[in-house]
Unconditional design. Structure first.
Ligand code: SF4
Ligand code: F3S
Length: 108
């Protein structure tokens, strides 16, 4: 499956969700995840993300390997809901989009 990674945190541009033919994005307070059970590896979401947050799990850089399991777990989180329509990014996305290692800020 494809995987959402660190760059998405605190930004949530949501351009990715409108192209997914399987509607497999789920939304939390400051991050999106891909449900691996729905993803068909079409890769259409990858070029949509303005911050390059989406990777094929098979191409994940080693430093981001933990995001594969995280996406799978968050996709089943009871508070996280499917999102299929793009919306405005988070208010401070400009400030956060170039910041690395935002995982400690992830909200559930
Ligand atoms: Fe959806 Fe395709 Fe992206 Fe998987 S790779 S999340 S099916 S757009
Ligand atoms: Fe996140 Fe990029 Fe989608 S920032 S919400 S993965 S377009």
């Amino acid at each position: 499956p494809f995987v959402v990674t660190d760059s998405c945190i605190q930004c949530k541009y949501t351009d990715c969700v409108s192209v997914c033919p399987m509607d497999c994005f789920v939304e939390g307070p400051n991050f999106l995840a891909i449900d691996p059970d729905g993803c068909i590896d079409c890769s259409m979401c990858v070029p949509e993300c303005p911050v390059g947050a989406i990777y094929n799990a098979t191409d994940l850089p080693a430093a981001m390997a933990h995001f594969e399991d995280l996406n799978a777990r968050l996709a089943k989180h009871p508070g996280w809901k499917p999102i299929t329509q793009a919306k405005a990014p988070m208010p401070n996305h400009e400030k956060w989009k170039d910041v690395a290692d935002k995982l400690p800020m992830l909200q559930l």
